[in-house]
Design a protein around this ligand. Structure first.
Ligand SMILES: *Cc1c(COP(=O)(O)O)cnc(C)c1O
Length: 359
């Protein structure tokens, strides 16, 4: 099968990022769950997490969890990072060591499933919504949820977690994380057993370590983007002590021709129901590379060479203006692009893209 398009992954850069984050967090007594969903739990990349001190891994897709457990032999704890569908609780109990939860029905279903599987002690992390408005109980539901936990025979609450900067774009803050710590204590009081984990967010929470404002109650973070890309997109920054350029998309030119910059004829919507806008720049040299929307989110790519501009893409073709390119380009030449989180997510998931580890 074709090896292109391919995503070139720089092993040492990602290993450096993982080790650096793990050691920074260790200074604060914070352990790291490496979050594998953004790379579709690609085997060679997961291995980097295992080799660099992550205390667990977390993924939102049971298929990825299954591969890590059964095919890669991952032995550190695996957490289900999305509150389970009722129709997957059986697999979740079988393959995950813990799961996030936010609904009484799910907690009950997990407990019932544990009795079928003979699991004595299944751990769940209660997600609490501190304003980002994605998953999590609203703090006033705490007593109600505690009552549900008390009825469980097999499910035990391992702690609380909060998520930021995902849906609402709300940044973590020391106030919000102190609130998480207070809720954890309150839950401990209600349940009568200790909460082990206080999971204070994702890559966006690293900034609190950097400026020294991370509350002491937080003892765990769930990190994906920072390790894989060295960026913090919700903080709109590169993380200065981490490597960027960890992954590069390589595509091959399949057509290169001079064409007008305006489409010719009666204009309507394109194949995606959009009405594209064009500016007349006269005749331009254009290249097509063999990659498309089935593989990547085009908006998440940036050309790594001067004089190349992405004009757009359909399912399988990406159209580029290469008029200003400093190279003499030919059919068969390869062009390189940096990737952001959304592009990484799609590229590692597309069955048409190969992942090539460079050591
Ligand atoms: C995706 C995800 C993370 C990891 O986020 P990064 O920004 O990639 O570090 C952490 N927690 C939850 C609940 C997630 O869904």
């Amino acid at each position: 099968m074709s090896l292109w398009p391919r995503l070139m992954v720089y092993h040492d850069k990602i290993a450096h990022n993982a080790a650096r984050i793990v050691s920074l967090c260790r200074q604060w007594n914070i352990g790291i769950y490496g979050v594998t969903k953004g790379i579709c739990a690609q085997k060679d990349i997961v291995r980097i997490l295992l080799e660099n001190g992550c205390e667990g891994v977390a993924d939102s897709r049971i298929e990825n969890v299954y591969r890590m457990k059964k095919e890669m032999g991952v032995t550190i704890p695996i957490m289900m990072l999305r509150t389970p569908m009722l129709n997957e609780v059986s697999e979740v109990v079988e393959y995950c060591d813990s799961s996030v939860v936010s609904e009484v029905e799910t907690i009950r279903a997990l407990d019932q499933e544990c009795s079928f599987h003979g699991k004595q002690d299944y751990k769940v992390l209660l997600m609490i919504d501190l304003g980002d408005l994605r998953e999590g109980i609203w703090p006033d539901e705490l007593e109600n949820i505690a009552a549900a936990f008390k009825k469980c025979r097999y499910v035990h609450c391992m702690g609380v977690g909060a998520n930021f900067a995902c849906f609402g774009g709300i940044l973590p803050s020391s106030d919000k994380l102190r609130e998480l710590g207070r809720l954890s204590q309150q839950l401990e009081g209600l349940l009568g057993y200790p909460m082990k984990l206080c999971s204070g967010g994702a890559t966006s929470s690293l900034s609190l370590l950097e400026d020294g404002t991370m509350p002491r109650c937080v003892n765990s973070l769930r990190i994906g983007e920072g390790i894989f890309l060295g960026t913090d997109s919700s903080g709109m920054r590169v993380i200065p002590y981490l490597h960027q350029g960890t992954m590069v998309l390589e595509t091959e030119i399949i057509e290169i021709k001079r064409k007008p910059s305006l489409p010719q004829g009666r204009a309507m919507a394109n194949a995606f129901g959009e009405i594209p806008a064009f500016t007349d720049r006269g005749w331009r040299l254009r290249a097509i590379t063999a990659v498309g929307r089935q593989d990547v989110k085009i908006e998440g790519l940036a050309p790594l060479e001067k004089g190349i501009e992405i004009l757009g893409a359909t399912s399988d073709h990406m159209v580029l203006d290469v008029e200003e390119s400093e190279r003499q380009l030919h059919v068969g030449d390869r062009l390189h692009f940096s990737v952001d989180y959304s592009a990484m997510l799609a590229l590692t998931t597309s069955p048409y893209v190969s992942v090539h580890m460079i050591r």
